[in-house]
Design a protein around this ligand. Structure first.
Ligand code: ANZ
Ligand code: ZN
Length: 876
């Protein structure tokens, strides 16, 4: 029998239309089925969908389709993170209105997403720039304001001189604006803040209750929140005639330290440039004043300090060591001390802190080791670099011989009872790195902050019946700065409280606010309140959230804060937004350059030769092209493949198959033409097998025969094993092993179909069963192909509305092996895997076991030994 090739170009739009017509993916009203909320991070409408999006959304779609088939009521929505700077830049460069630009991009990208065949509930689509959306965001803001979770204060801000806006600390990377790349300056402005620090403790502690989040993301968040336990120590200033003459009344310097154990290794005290004492000392030293000015100019953000050269200036002031009044230490102003952390002052211990080490070496200050690593003779302790590990105290008088921890405790205990003037010298103190979230942006294309400034009444919230505060559309982008500031008609209003002359707040919200609650809005996208409690309670938290690891800190932390703030103001019942989080790897591609060093796009390049001796030429003129390294797909290196081209050539299913099969989803996937072609052949094979099975197998719904041959049983075993593996694989995000299972079943079915005698002893039945299972298990991955094959098998229903079959356990029994899992010789767990599972597969599974992670702790896994069919040993 001959079968025509599967024509994806014709079939895919047809099935998309059929799904849409049947409204198969619209979220059902509560009908008693368990609910499941799967969400991928929504895109910024930049103009076109890229391969990274395709990978992200294909993964979410596999989960959504699988869960739906398993009988869940699934919420799988999509929207647009639509405010932001690029729209304004387009307005300035191309004279198109940000709104027009944004909505045109959304229209294009919506069509592109639809062409991928994602099972999305488009009836819930939201765009954050839509007044219906930001109206509710303004209500949330006002509720937060009432609850004391939003406030206004004067603050030093990171100012991006190119984008003309304030940036959050998180948006400053290596001292530069995250979008413009311009060197960030420090300015003082009155800004709106959200009180994320109210939740520092909870945001940190609750990370331990998120077992379905990647460990690395939890660690990054922990470091960002940055809880540290330390000691405040007051150093008395030695009397100084010059400074007293200048009218300085200060008598002490208070520092914050997490290493009080190293106090006897102290060799200087350093102040932040903005410390009040620095200003005092500068009064009688113009050079110091100039130094302070220089520090300011270079910025005092964390990022700026990490990269800048460590510099200091000796103020001439001296302090006394808290344990020895005869011991005086110099006081410097140093550019690496931040004013807004701790007390803005430190004591430096060069032998045990790398920064202090560099500083002391530069300014010729003493370097005294006070912690000796185990087994090292304290006498030989002249280190090349600072040692920050554990050990025994030396050169430290009454601390000598103690461990670091014991010494910390001893110093704290003694200094708590020691007194200086009016109080104790030392006080224990917990510090946090996390700062309140500055959300004011001096930009047009964002959510207006709904307050009015009245000369008489101060800050007046916009009353409910005047919401939303809409962005005016008649704005011009011919000058830099915020057009809202210049829009007199919009800006000038009557005060809602006294009726007097007042002006609107012209700052808009950081776009990270928009994405901090969209997942909640999806549960009731048309409501006239931010959420509808019973509905939000039904769906939240999101069961599975999927996105890039680049959002591990900012977006995810803000969303976790926002959920807490919405909980505190009664809008949601949960505190954590995302019960499960998966961070997928990137899509990467080779790079190409021509002889002039210019980047060349893959579509313009022809590759010849086999692996190891490949060469490339430019298609248009045959000139040589150099094959470069494999990098993240990016416009700047031109190494992008347009999803549209792939869909037009091979169909969306092939793209989906390749993305999901080629590497584990958390790793990068290398996009290659050969890989795509391979995926396409697999797709064609499934189609062929379904057609052959339709011809040779039993008719649909035929009963199981009583007599069944060994060959038929073998095929049935393969089919049910694949079914079980795919189910498990999807649950665990092992999509690539699912595809491997699908390929194995394809092989088994292909073999059975070659048998001459399908009539006897149940083989025809087994063939039909295997083909149906094959089609159902490919359905989450290649949904269009599955529908087409399902129809070829004689069905009038759609796979998308068919229940996931249950694997017949009796057929699985002998196909699996139970492996005890040992960690360093001690049994910790057990896994059940298919008999044919490879050592690599078993290793992957073992690495993800909770029990193994617990037993291993912080130690790295050194080796995993798989004794086939027997036991697994983890060596850590
Ligand atoms: C003395 C010392 C000795 C320190 C030593 C470290 C190692 P975390 O863990 O981040 O809280 N520090 C304190 N305030 C600072 C500021 N405003 N700007 C820059 N550095 C500051 O770090 C606390 C440590 O960072 C403190 O402990 C202090 O240096 C420094 F061998 O005190 B340490
Ligand atoms: Zn007023």
């Amino acid at each position: 029998m001959t079968t025509e090739r599967y024509n994806a170009r014709e079939a895919e739009p047809r099935w998309q239309a059929a799904w849409e017509e049947r409204k198969l993916f619209e979220t059902a009203a509560d009908d008693g089925r368990p609910s499941y909320y799967v969400l991928e991070m929504f895109p910024y409408p930049s103009g076109r969908i890229h391969m990274g999006h395709v990978r992200n959304y294909a993964m979410g779609d596999v989960v959504a389709r699988y869960k739906r088939a398993k009988g869940f009521s699934v919420l799988h929505p999509m929207g647009w993170d639509a405010f932001g700077l690029p729209a304004e830049n387009a307005a300035m460069e191309r004279h198109v209105h940000p709104k027009a630009w944004t909505y045109a991009n959304i229209a294009t990208m919506r069509e592109q997403l639809k062409a991928i065949g994602l099972s999305l509930d488009w009836s819930r689509e939201i765009a954050t720039c839509d007044p219906d959306y930001y109206a509710q965001q303004q209500k949330l803001f006002l509720d937060f304001l009432k609850a004391g979770l939003a406030y206004r204060r004067k603050s030093k801000v990171n100012w991006d001189p190119v984008d003309n806006t304030v940036l959050a600390n998180e948006q400053v990377i290596d001292g530069r604006g995250w979008r413009s790349g311009a060197e960030v300056e420090q300015r003082e402005l009155t800004q709106w803040f959200l009180k994320i620090t109210d939740f520092s403790e909870d945001l940190l502690a609750a990370l331990d209750d998120l077992p379905r989040w990647p460990e690395k993301v939890r660690t990054m968040q922990k470091n960002w929140i940055g809880r540290s336990e330390g000691l405040l120590v007051r150093f008395a200033l030695a009397p100084d005639a010059a400074h007293e003459a200048a009218g300085d009344a200060a008598t002490e310097v208070e520092v914050y330290t997490t290493r009080p154990d190293t106090l006897f290794g102290a060799s200087f005290v350093a102040l932040a440039a903005d410390h009040p004492l620095s200003a005092g000392a500068a009064k009688c030293d113009p050079k110091l004043a100039a130094f302070i000015e220089d520090c300011r100019r270079h910025g005092t953000s964390v990022a700026a300090l990490e990269t800048a050269e460590k510099k200091g200036y000796d103020t001439g002031l001296r302090v006394r060591h808290p344990f020895d009044p005869a011991w005086e230490l110099p006081v410097y102003v140093a550019n690496f001390v931040l004013m807004d952390y701790g007390t803005g002052a430190i004591f430096g211990c060069p032998a045990h802190d790398q920064r202090d080490y560099g500083f002391a070496s530069k300014y010729g200050l003493p370097i005294t080791a006070v912690v000796a690593p185990e087994g090292v003779d304290p006498a030989g302790l002249v280190a090349e670099a600072a040692y920050d590990g554990d050990g025994a105290m030396v050169n430290s008088r009454f601390l000598d011989g103690m461990t670091v921890d014991a010494a910390k405790e001893e110093v704290a205990r003694r200094l708590e009872t020691e007194t200086l003037d009016d109080g104790p010298v030392g006080a224990r103190k917990v510090n946090w790195r996390l700062r309140d979230w500055g959300i004011s942006r001096q930009r047009y294309w964002g959510c207006p902050i709904p307050v009015i400034h009245c000369e008489a009444c101060g800050v007046v919230p916009v009353p409910d019946d005047q919401l939303p505060v809409r962005l005016p559309e008649d704005v011009a982008f011919d000058r830099p700065g915020n057009p809202l500031d210049r829009h007199e008609g919009w800006r000038n209003v009557a005060c809602p409280s006294c009726g007097g002359k007042a002006v609107r707040e012209t700052d808009t919200m950081d776009t990270f606010v928009d994405s901090s609650w969209y997942f909640a809005r999806f549960t009731a996208p048309d409501a006239t309140t931010p959420t509808v409690r019973p509905v939000a309670d039904r769906w939240l938290p999101v069961d599975q959230y999927i996105g890039g690891v680049e959002h591990a800190i900012l977006h995810l932390l803000y969303a976790r804060f926002f959920t807490r703030a919405m909980n505190a103001t009664g809008h949601v019942g949960v505190k954590e937004p995302f019960a499960g989080l998966f961070t997928q790897g990137m899509v990467v591609h080779e790079t190409y350059r021509d002889s002039d060093g210019q980047w060349v796009a893959p579509a313009e390049v022809a590759i010849a030769g086999a692996e190891g001796s490949r060469s490339a030429t430019r298609i248009s003129d045959g000139s040589a092209v150099e094959i470069g390294s494999i990098e993240k797909m990016s416009k700047s290196k031109k190494n992008v493949v347009d999803p549209n081209d792939i869909i037009e050539t091979y169909g969306a299913d092939t793209a989906r198959w390749f993305m999901l099969s080629d590497s584990p989803p958390e790793r990068d996937v290398i996009w290659t033409e050969a890989g795509v072609e391979g995926a396409n052949r697999r797709v064609q094979r499934v189609w062929r097998l379904a057609n052959e099975a339709a011809a040779k197998g039993s008719p649909p719904g035929a009963p199981a025969p009583t007599e069944i041959s060994e060959a038929a049983t073998a095929l049935r075993r393969s089919a049910h094993a694949a079914l079980a593996r795919v189910g498990e694989g999807v649950e665990k995000f092992h999509f690539n092993t699912c595809i491997a299972a699908i390929n194995e079943l394809s092989n088994a079915l292909s073999q059975a179909l070659q048998s001459d005698d399908v009539a006897g002893e149940g083989l025809a039945f087994a063939i039909r069963e295997a083909a149906e299972i094959l089609v159902q298990i490919v359905a989450p991955f290649t949904p269009h192909l599955a529908e087409e094959a399902w129809a070829a098998l004689g069905h009038e229903t759609m796979v998308a509305e068919t229940r996931w079959p249950d694997a017949d356990l009796s057929l699985l029994a002998s196909d699996v092996v139970t492996y005890p899992v040992q960690v360093n010789g001690k049994k910790r767990d057990e896994i059940v895997v298919p008999r044919e599972a490879t050592a690599a597969t078993i290793e992957t599974i073992v690495r993800e076991l909770e029990a193994v992670a617990k037993a291993v702790g912080d130690k790295p896994i050194r080796k995993i030994i798989v004794v086939p069919q027997r036991i697994v040993n983890v060596v850590a």
